[in-house]
Design a binder for this molecule. Structure first.
Ligand SMILES: [Zn+2]
Ligand SMILES: [Zn+2]
Length: 243
């Protein structure tokens, strides 16, 4: 999915430039797998309980067990379970934006390490299909890569045959969700996704991958379409989640 030129440039840069922290440029810790300095590493905010046992939202008050949030009590989301690795706060915001908008893929190795250290959700380890949230063709051309696909490959090495980036399609070009409210986000994404052929998802347990869970509108739209096509279950894993 990468423009070859871009990949080569990135590889050359990695060779000739001394490694630096992905978020602030300081020298990283002496651990090849995590390209962050100690200060940024300390500021990463993994999502910890208590959280919503369905959508994974972290509750503001520490203590107590996981339980359902108000939205999930009213069956708000079409997916079964959603979890994220990190809260969407600095330096995570900076690392994701460098990855998504500037093709800074050096972060993928770091995400994989964090994922291996942090995730032990049995449901996520054995899906039938791993589907990255698709980009529209036009956005893919503009960006040169789909960050969700790179993320899926980085987080699930060795599961390449289960990663399917063609079955779910983005058929409508939509405005970026960033500046839209919840209702406008849902309107914006209406009929944005479709399943290429129901037979590929019918009866399958699907894990959807995306970079950030903001209001959950995008993954909800995808999950609804996949369920309609007969998916047995849809779970969601994102790199980060807005509180
Ligand atoms: Zn740093
Ligand atoms: Zn919830």
């Amino acid at each position: 999915m990468f423009k070859p030129g871009h990949e080569i440039t990135a590889a050359l840069l990695e060779l000739f430039l001394p490694a630096s922290c992905l978020a602030c440029g300081q020298p990283p810790v002496q651990d090849q797998a995590v390209m962050l300095c100690q200060s940024c590493l300390d500021q990463l905010s993994p999502i910890k309980g208590p959280l919503c046992s369905c959508c994974g939202r972290q509750f503001p008050k520490a203590g107590g067990g996981n339980h359902l949030c108000g939205l999930c009590l009213s069956d708000h989301y079409p997916f079964t379970l959603a979890r994220a690795l990190l809260r969407y706060t600095p330096p995570t915001t900076i690392i994701i934006s460098a990855f998504k908008y500037h093709g800074q893929t050096a972060g993928l190795k770091t995400f994989r390490t964090l994922h291996q250290q942090m995730v032990d959700f049995p449901l996520f380890t054995d899906p039938d299909l791993i589907i990255p949230v698709p980009l529209h063709r036009r956005r893919l051309r503009e960006r040169g890569f789909n960050q969700a696909l790179l993320l899926a490959r980085a987080l699930y090495p060795g599961h390449g045959s289960r990663i399917d980036f063609t079955v779910l399609e983005r058929q409508r070009y939509t405005e970026p969700q960033t500046n839209l409210s919840g209702k406008a986000r849902r309107e914006n994404l209406k009929k944005a996704f479709r399943v290429r052929d129901d037979k590929f998802v019918a009866g399958r347990r699907v894990l959807l991958i995306d970079d950030v869970f903001t209001t959950g509108t995008t993954v909800s739209e995808c999950a609804a379409v996949l369920k309609k096509a007969g998916a047995e279950e849809v779970t969601v894993l994102t790199l980060a989640r807005v509180d």
